[in-house]
Design a protein around this ligand. Sequence first.
Ligand code: ADP
Length: 593
Amino acid sequence: MKKQSDLSKLFSYAGSFRYLTISSWVLSAISALVALLPFIYIWKIIKEVLDVAPDYGAAQNLAHNGWMAVLLAILSMLIYVGALMCSHVAAFRVASNIQSRAMHHIVTLPLGFMDSFGSGKLRKIVNESSAATENYLAHQLPDRAGAVATPAGMLALLLVFDWRLGLLSLIPIVLAFILMITMTGVKMRTKMKEYQDSLALMSNEAVEYVRGIPVVKTFGQSVFSFKRFKASIDSYEKWVVSYTKQLRLPMMFYTTIINAVFAVLIAAALIMTRNGVDNVFLINLLFYIIFTPIITVTLTKIMFSSENKMIVADALERIDSVMTLKPLSESDRPVSPEDNSVELRNVSFRYQNAKQNALNHVSMRINAGEHVALVGPSGGGKTTLANVIARFWDIDGGEILIGGINVKDIPKEELMNTVSFVFQDSKLLKASILENVRMAKPDATREEVIKALEAAQCADIIEKMPYGIDTVIGTKGVYLSGGEQQRIAIARVMLKSTPIIILDEATAFADPDNEYKVQTAFTALSKGKTVIMIAHRLSTVAGSDRIFVLKDGQIAECGRHEQLVGKDGLYTHMWKEYACAAKWKVGAGNELA
Ligand code: ADP
């Protein structure tokens, strides 16, 4: 398949706005050509002055030519403004189209993708990569059109004035182009990618570092314990130094050449006028010397647009890395679940790039209304199992049925209205408590929200808030503990009232009061529902209808607490350990008392 060029990729985001982009190039080229005309009038002025010298009063056309030069310069500027207006409108449209298309695509992806990709990285790709295209389309491309038109116009002027001097002033341009190609070739393109990669790595590590500061402080470690962060800075430094060194010579020559066109002209003129000067030659020489700054400006513009081209190519590649991710398939013959049971048939699943399956041929049936708990050692597959039921990921083998229907055949919306999740770290938005809860059911009344909050044991939270349920979470002075946040998240799920609920129990609570309230809220939420609870502590599972013990992605044991605890298995072992730890806690409590 032929690789799509960056420009056609950008155009694919522009829609009919591509014509504005093209108009901006045409206008910019015209403006560049018109910008050359004032120099002709300046040449005329010099010529007239020299022709009539020393009787300067005889010069008739000075004012006319002067005005023409000024007017043409203004005209060129106005055309350029027109070009920029066209290019900006198109550029903003492209950037916003990239963002909206990326966002539309992201919502079709499996939910688990957010976790594995990292929301920070995703934000950077969607926001920064689209912004990178903006400058390129709005400024660099029209400037490039102008920059190409300028040498063409100069070639035409060669015929009008002295061809020898014209050719001489073209030599630095050719040299500059050759240098520019060496500086922006394929090799440099890979370098630019390395640069962007090491920059991304460094900022990722920086975030990890800031997040880890409490750990570093708690354990009295030094900053050097963040070896990865330091290594990423070192590698960035190494890269920047080698890149700069590599560009030093070509850049030095490039800058010298484009700024020294007039020096070449003067040297050549000295040689050409060994046998005396004639007026016409002098005038032409002056014309070219006045003209040289245009060459410098033009080449500088081209240079920057080349650098930006590499940044844009890289940005488009990053956008593509998101756009080519496979969306969650939608069934063409959608079916609704028949009841609220959940069944896994021989389910296997492996995370991308993982060496082992996270779930290995798991089969289980959870009847409608049953309350089951998933327990087992960390890494056993509890979270993965819960996630695949809600289709956060599509499984690699086997089938998952909800109400007798394969989850892949249930319309996404319906699946979301059938299964809901209470995560361990419930994410609340920076919005009022009311809005945070109402997210689950946008048409819910204020009373319904209040009822859900009460059932989720949130009355004490609302009471202490300055504006009750209208208090915005995350504003100054409004702080919610982990347990409180989880209760609000429970209210959210309570309002949604889906028949199947997956609970990820929190591993730690700041205080027993909070823990008690969360448990009460869980109980209220679970009433009459099919519940799958990921239990991290055994205290809560004894009352479950069934307990599944997961180890190495397989069900090691399954049954009620009384059945399991009698066997000599993993559960009994875990239970003994738990009972021992609980006794120890009580003992410690007594001692204190
Ligand atoms: P549990 O919830 O029982 O602690 P998990 O379901 O989180 O276990 O993990 C099961 C296995 O899958 C573990 O080996 C874990 O390392 C792996 N795993 C979990 N999440 C990911 C992920 N996003 N990418 C790769 N491997 C993962």
